[in-house]
Design a protein. Sequence first.
Length: 201
Amino acid sequence: MEFPSKLIEEAVNEVSKLPGIGKKTALRLVLHLVKESEHKTAALTDALNRMRQQIRFCKTCFNISDTEECSICQSHRRDKSLLCVVEETNDVMAIENTAQFTGVYHVLGGVISPMNGVGPADLKIDALVDRVTKAQGTVKEIVLALSPTMEGDTTAFYINKRLSNFPVKITSIARGVPVGGELEYTDEITLGRSILGRVPF
């Protein structure tokens, strides 16, 4: 790809490093910023710089936060006896958007993946065990809301083993056929789990 300016090329190379953005999309975004007023471009770069410098992780659940403890952990309206374990912050956001969960969270920071060099020590699993220990029985249920992949299942199995000596109920989110989906196009594993995990009509 030919660029009219070395500055444009450098900007495109940096923007294209973002997930889901190729060179053409990056070029379109960069050229859009060139056409915008300098004030708008400065506002964007200032926001990104502030985010990078000031963003924090909640000391309790490791969710992204502006303060030492996130708003969910601080809330008196959340059920502290119900703890949902997720991989990343975007999973917290997805679950919160359903408005169906009233408990609190624990963000692992990924899943166990030996192929990618990620072991249990690289995740917030020890912190989860410490959290349940310090809760002294106030945590009644831990919901494992991890991706239905081999890595997610491995992580869930490992966490279940680490917490097996605690008087806490460990559950997993249901897996089944999506609303609007057709059985004909559903993979065998998902369909099989849906049959096994059937509920009263």
